[in-house]
Ligand binder design. Structure first.
Ligand code: ADP
Ligand code: MG
Length: 366
């Protein structure tokens, strides 16, 4: 069986119906984007460094990669790295993962790996710095909504209230390589998982001498860029148009090697009820999806985990309150709202190439 057939089979085992269609639609869209980015650089390439583009499936999403290398295809190794990270540390459904074990332990202290301790430390700091807009202890609240799951629905108000009372990052006790949740809350690292995956692949590539450059795209929302293209032309990443989820690109953003880009949007996972869009980014203060006029937030910074966590946090905070947080992390952002306005931080302006004339770029992000 060829690689594509194996990926299809594995995906089909795990997914069905609408979800599967969405995954393949996203795969097609992002492969096209990657291909476009690669084609732009291929003409001037030397003969010895050939790019290859591959897709895989890991971390519940489509992994697309383009590598400029004089060596072998690294797709199997990258896929293995991502799947292993999910299974060992991050998954909330896989009994073997450390997050699962912390959630199972219900208030007891659990021994964890140095790796997970490092991720949790960064996540806790981001939770504090964002005033709890990003909160890694939202597991039970997120499960109640089941957005993107089999049975998405508006939860019972009382039940939601009870869950919310137990939730809060201050209940997560981290002490070296031990962790405990002092309340009935559950960990959920869904808002930083793909970013962590991007960090790990970036570290792995640094050890691969034959690799010149790479662009890695997890599900279209988390991107890592490594090294350079042989012709030194800039890396360009497509950002999706929130109003045109199937095929539309809002913009192309220029990235340098070592940078990460993450987008959080209200179009990613949602259901509609009574004309209202219930999407997967939840305000920890209310327990409800965030309705603040934003449709997407894209963040660039020098860490995958932080780019991912910041895009979620900034979506929750809204444009004005997000700016000090972005400054604290030396990150840049683009905010898109439902009135087709785009607000860019100063460092984003030169990198952001608008591709849709239905949108207007406004002056300041603050
Ligand atoms: P995506 O997973 O589509 O890239 P995000 O990075 O924005 O999107 O993460 C959204 C996921 O994070 C949700 O599906 C949920 O699991 C979790 N989540 C939702 N709201 C919050 C929040 N306020 N803080 C932390 N995690 C959240
Ligand atoms: Mg995120």
């Amino acid at each position: 069986m060829n690689k594509e057939a194996i990926i299809k089979r594995k995906t089909a085992e795990k997914y069905s119906g609408r979800k599967l269609r969405n995954i393949y639609r996203n795969a097609a869209v992002f492969c096209a984007a990657l291909l476009a980015a690669v084609l732009a650089g291929t003409a001037a390439l030397g003969a010895e460094i050939e790019p290859y583009t591959a897709t895989d499936f890991a971390m519940d999403t489509v992994v697309s990669e383009t590598l400029y290398t004089s060596g072998s295809d690294l797709t199997p190794e990258i896929g293995r790295l991502l799947r292993e990270t999910e299974e060992k540390y991050l998954s909330w459904t896989d009994e073997s993962s450390e997050v699962f074990q912390i959630n199972q332990a219900e208030r007891q202290t659990v021994q964890i790996s140095e790796e997970l301790a490092g991720y949790l430390e960064k996540a806790l700091k981001l939770a504090e710095d964002s005033g709890g807009a990003f909160d890694p202890t939202m597991g039970k609240v997120i499960r109640l909504w089941d957005i993107g799951g089999e049975n998405p629905h508006v939860p019972d108000e009382e039940e939601l209230k009870r869950c919310l009372e137990e939730t809060g990052y201050e209940n997560l006790d981290l002490d070296g390589e031990t962790a405990a949740i002092k309340s009935g809350a559950d960990l959920d690292l869904g808002a930083v998982g793909k970013g962590i995956g991007c960090d790990l692949v970036m570290d792995y590539l640094k050890e691969q001498e034959q690799v010149f450059g790479m662009i890695l795209n997890l599900g279209g929302s988390s991107v890592a860029v490594y090294g350079e293209k042989p012709d030194q032309s800039p890396w360009r990443v497509a950002v999706r148009d929130p109003e045109d989820g199937d095929s539309g690109y809002l913009a192309a953003v220029t990235l340098k090697g070592g940078e990460f880009l993450s987008t959080s949007g209200n179009y990613e996972k949602y259901f509609m009820e009574d004309g209202k869009r219930y999407h997967h980014i939840i305000d920890p203060k209310t327990g409800y999806p965030v309705w603040n006029g934003l449709t997407s937030v894209t963040v660039i910074c020098d860490s995958g985990l932080l780019a991912d966590g910041l895009s979620t946090a900034c979506f929750v905070l809204g444009r004005e309150d997000a700016v000090p947080l972005l400054e604290m992390y030396h990150a840049e952002a683009a905010f898109v709202d439902e009135d087709y306005n785009i607000y860019l931080t100063p460092g984003m302006k030169d990198r952001f190439e608008l591709m849709k004339n239905t949108y207007t770029i406004k002056e300041a992000a603050g």
